[in-house]
Design a protein around this ligand. Structure first.
Ligand SMILES: Cc1cc2nc3c(=O)[nH]c(=O)nc-3n(C[C@H](O)[C@H](O)[C@H](O)COP(=O)(O)OP(=O)(O)OC[C@H]3O[C@@H](n4cnc5c(N)ncnc54)[C@H](O)[C@@H]3O)c2cc1C
Length: 507
């Protein structure tokens, strides 16, 4: 029997991982990518002449060990790690969070005496939450029963239910009383007051591959290029500038290939979509091929959380001397965050939930040229920011209407903390949720292909009864971030999808 022929729609990093594993298993794999470069949200681009940026994802942390080893990524990519997270506050205050807990505790004590008392408890809580999840990342999503059994196994019987029912605000307040310190530890995909908001932080706490936490030299695109090289070495064919118009389904409900935008068709035994579940089922599949009830559930997938991605070319380093003194190590500027307090975080979310960009956003800032000097001209710096939050749809008008004012507001906010920021600007580029949709087919600019909200994890991803990587159309599979275990640069959905296909072929 001829090896199965597989078409993968989309060469995002998960599509490349699936391509690698299927080609390695002997299948004839062709990846069709709409853009002129692979990687999707994992890309490097010269957005301003002379300045190269990681266009979307800019912090690598969740890549899984089997993916790293099987694709021999260590032979192809070097990752540089920021030495600490530098937290910026008004009145020239700052706090560094190091990977070494005792160093962080010492810094916390001088920042806010008494604040380190429960740091160890905090750190152990998240260590346990991460180990609760870890065994379920590269496999079928766990049931609630399995999560409770695992809680017992790791010696914390109530842990899963705590994560599911409590909220991030109460967890943070339980461990830290200083408002600014609370700002350093609050995190959530959306509203930190929502029950179940700790589930996402637990996902972000799975044990890291330490050498793979940071920024690849050459930006995130270097990782995608390495994944593409691994897939090609295994026998996959990758075609860029090949947008797919629709997935072809025959009269018996079987996926039989794809039609490209240029009108050409490609037949296959298996079609894999790297697009979000909603984009796949509503844009690529003829609605007649799907049960109306199923389509209704697809349209109910929540994509409510949005961000702005801002990139700046600077002619000089950011001036952080007000925080760190005149002779500070420039490495300190490689990764920064601005979240003053829990109420600051909540107000940023509330603005977005009301349909407007956060007036006082929560900001993550990375100066990648500190870690990778070749990403900016001599003396200059490439700075990127993830700005939270920005609604996928505005209450009034469109993102194109307010792009300039929203960008000016981001520049003002950063300049409040980094005084030379505006005057050092050579140029900037900002992507709104609408831009992300137009560039990547990422509906509503949803960076995770489906919100990371409590009901949309595990068997709820993309929604209960959806089949996960499998679809109701025989021969059609999903490999992107909208499937278990979810978004971020982990390669896990791509790995799991390949495993599901290979297991189905063996039956
Ligand atoms: C602004 C932003 C910042 C982020 N920051 C981080 C971060 O710092 N760290 C982190 O871990 N994660 C981050 N993420 C999330 C992470 O990048 C994504 O969850 C992940 O990369 C999704 O990967 P994917 O392969 O599943 O999908 P995608 O990257 O969305 O890939 C889908 C691919 O399909 C292609 N495509 C779309 N339509 C078609 C079509 N019709 N025909 C052919 N091809 C098509 C697209 O061009 C794209 O290449 C960020 C994402 C964004 C957008």
């Amino acid at each position: 029997m001829d090896p199965a022929k597989v078409v993968i729609v989309g060469g995002g990093h998960n599509g490349l991982v699936t391509a690698f594993y299927l080609a390695r298993a002997g299948m004839r794999v062709e990846v069709l990518e709409a853009r002129n470069n692979v990687g999707g949200a994992v890309a490097t681009e010269e957005l301003i002449p002379g300045f190269r940026f990681s266009t979307c994802a800019f912090r690598l942390w969740g890549l899984r060990k089997p993916v790293i080893e099987d694709m021999r990524l260590a032979d192809r990519v070097t990752v540089r790690k920021p030495e600490a997270v530098l937290r910026l506050y008004p009145e020239d205050r700052s706090l560094r969070q190091w990977s070494d807990l005792s160093r962080t505790a010492a810094e916390l004590e001088s920042f806010s005496p008494g604040s380190s008392a429960r740091l160890l408890d905090w750190s152990m809580f998240w260590e346990q939450a991460g180990s609760l999840y870890e065994p379920f990342v590269l496999r079928e999503p766990p049931s609630e029963k399995e999560l409770r059994e695992r809680s017992v196994e790791i010696g914390e019987p109530g842990l899963y239910d705590v994560l599911r029912t409590t909220n991030m605000v109460s967890l943070v307040q339980d461990h830290f009383s200083d408002e600014a310190v609370q700002g350093a530890y609050i995190a959530a995909p959306a509203d930190p007051r929502q029950p179940g908001s700790p589930l996402e932080t637990a996902w972000a706490s799975i044990p890291l591959e330490e050498d793979w936490a940071g920024l690849p030299v050459g930006g995130m695109g270097a990782l995608s290029s390495a994944m593409a090289a691994a897939a090609v070495e295994s026998g996959a064919v990758i075609k860029t500038e090949s947008p797919v118009k629709r997935i072809l389904v025959d009269d018996e409900g079987l996926a039989v290939g794809v039609e490209l935008q240029d009108g050409s068709c490609l037949d296959s035994d298996i079609v894999v979509s790297n697009l979000s579940p909603r984009a796949t089922y509503t844009r690529l599949v003829d609605s007649g091929a799907l049960d109306p009830q199923f389509l209704k559930r697809v349209n109910g997938i929540l994509s409510t959380i949005g961000y702005l991605k801002f990139h700046a070319g600077l002619r000089e380093p950011m001036d952080l001397s007000r925080y760190l003194g005149p002779d500070y190590d420039p490495n300190a500027a490689s990764y920064m965050r601005i979240t003053r307090s829990i109420s600051h975080y909540v107000s940023a979310w509330e603005d977005s939930a009301a349909g407007r960009p956060a007036r006082d956003p929560v900001i993550q800032l990375g100066t990648h040229s500190v870690l990778d000097p070749a990403s900016a001209p001599p003396g200059g710096h490439a700075v990127s920011a993830l700005v939270a939050f920005a609604p996928p749809e505005l209450e009034e008008g469109t993102w194109d209407d307010i792009r300039t004012s929203a960008a000016e507001s981001v520049i003002d906010r950063i300049t409040e903390y980094v005084p030379n920021f505006r005057e050092a600007l050579v140029d900037y580029v900002m992507f709104t949720p609408t831009d992300l949709e137009n560039r990547l087919g990422m509906l509503q600019g949803d960076i995770h292909h489906g919100d990371h909200l409590p009901g949309q994890f595990f068997i709820g991803r993309p929604f209960p009864g959806s089949g996960g990587w499998r679809s109701p159309i025989s021969g059609l599979y999903l490999c992107g971030a909208g499937t278990h275990p979810g978004g971020e640069v982990s390669g896990s959905p791509g790995y799991n999808c390949a495993a599901a296909i290979l297991s189905d072929r063996c039956q």
